[in-house]
Ligand binder design. Structure first.
Ligand code: HEC
Ligand code: HEC
Length: 378
């Protein structure tokens, strides 16, 4: 009895999805063919860090707490401001005081759905990402033992860590777990996203121009070759030949950070001498063909997350579309998937309207929490 009934349910669900013209599935493609677009599945949660509302609340506080940085000046929210699309609003991010960052501050929105984080996919979990951010010397520049001691001198945190993790005193590793848990709640909800409502069968969710834009995205403009699946990312690496950002020539602190990255990531001397930009995936693989390759980002919530690309060189989506229309940049090693598109003015507009339909009707924000005070504890 049970098997057939499940088969009927599955057939029904598949039928409904196909009826809407799309299949809903896991976030990234397993093989060649692009995975169909559709609403995001539930957020993946690691077995050793289950969700709870108390942990989310603790994570929210820690995300906003500047004491999780070297000089207690720079919280996660300093560079991932919910009011600025969970980035910092700049082309290239601000840095820890005394430094400037070298990459665009990515949005935290939907980051929980990636299996690889950062512009070039350098870490594979939100827990691992949080410690990298809080200790990285152009971001939080914090020492883990010092940050842990601070948490232990804040009675409300002592109480909350005990309630959530069962420890007598806060452990810094649990702080990253709580922050990751909070980030797993910072995701798009299908009912607020016009495109997702369309896939779920709301015939009025998309305008005619957005529908034409969807068709272009999936065929003539070829965007779906890389921006596929519910996250609109194949989570693979490609070089688009994005233009250099002028800030590295203008600002010595940015130039220093760029060179520091080359050295600390172990690029060979001849490459250090000549490289004038972010080498992307090359830092991890040291293979020449990986220079300038970056992880395909999601296209969800773009309405709120300008400027765009790893170095924020494009301030508007119109600029991004013009860039793709020209076939991308002129760098050696550019992806063969990019070709001049010859889009008409109307087609560019349609594509833009479709991209905007992937954003929530209202920005996703959370209020900044009241942060608990220090007290001298024995
Ligand atoms: C000084 C600014 C700054 C601070 C502070 C900062 N970040 Fe970031 N964040 C960035 C930048 C810039 C990137 C992209 C870095 C890269 O690709 O190397 C990033 C990337 C990320 C990503 C990856 C998103 C994606 O799509 O892969 C997450 C998640 C994130 N930060 C969370 C945090 C958390 C949590 C904290 C606090 C512990 C934090 N950040 C602190 C600037 C900052
Ligand atoms: C060859 C794979 C590929 C194709 C095809 C492609 N993209 Fe991208 N897209 C990427 C990658 C990789 C990035 C990040 C590049 C970087 O930062 O250097 C990106 C970045 C973007 C961004 C910026 C997102 C952000 O948060 O900064 C937008 C918008 C975008 N693409 C839209 C499109 C559209 C529209 C099309 C079709 C006209 C398209 N893409 C085709 C791979 C691709």
């Amino acid at each position: 009895m049970r098997q057939p009934r499940r088969a009927i349910v599955i057939t029904l669900v598949l039928g409904l999805a196909l009826g809407a013209g799309l299949l809903v599935g896991t976030v990234t493609a397993q093989s060649g063919k692009p995975l169909a677009l559709g609403p995001l599945p539930p957020v993946p949660v690691p077995r050793d860090n289950p969700m709870s509302s108390e942990k989310v609340e603790l994570g929210r506080m820690l995300f906003f707490d500047p004491r999780l940085s070297g000089d207690a000046s720079t919280s996660c929210a300093s560079c991932h401001d919910p009011q600025k699309g969970w980035g910092d609003g700049g082309d290239v991010s601000r840095g820890y005081p005394g430094t400037q960052h070298w990459r665009n501050s990515q949005t935290v929105l939907n980051a929980a759905h990636y299996t690889k984080l950062f512009w070039a996919g350098e870490v594979t979990s939100l827990e691992g990402q949080a410690v990298a951010a809080a200790t990285g010397n152009v971001a939080g520049n914090g020492d883990p033992m010092m940050m842990e001691e601070r948490l232990r001198q804040i009675p409300e945190y002592v109480r909350r860590f005990k309630a959530v993790f069962g420890t007598e005193r806060p452990l810094i590793g649990d702080a990253w777990k709580a922050i990751a848990t909070f980030e797993r709640t910072v995701v798009s909800k299908a009912e607020n996203v016009p495109f997702d409502r369309h896939v779920k069968g709301d015939a009025r969710a998309l305008s005619d121009d957005a529908r034409r834009g969807l068709a272009l995205f999936s065929a003539k403009a070829g965007c779906i070759q890389c921006h596929s699946g519910p996250l609109l990312s194949d989570e693979s690496y490609h070089s688009l030949g994005v233009p250099k950002s002028p800030v590295f020539e203008e600002d010595p602190l940015r130039q220093i950070t760029l060179r520091y990255q080359h050295v600390s990531r172990g690029v060979p001397e001849p490459v250090y001498r000549t490289a004038d930009r972010d080498l992307g995936l090359y830092y991890t693989t040291k293979r020449d063909e990986d220079r300038g390759k970056f992880r395909t980002p999601t296209l969800r919530e773009l309405k709120y997350t300008a400027p765009y690309m790893h170095n924020g060189v494009f301030f508007t989506l119109e600029e991004v579309i013009d860039f793709y229309d020209q076939g991308g940049g002129n760098e050696p090693g550019k992806s063969p998937l990019l070709k001049p598109l010859k889009l008409t003015v109307q087609e560019k507009k349609d594509l833009l309207v479709f991209l905007l339909s992937l954003s929530s009707d209202q920005p996703i924000t959370v209020p900044a929490p009241r942060l608990p005070d220090y007290a001298v504890l024995k």
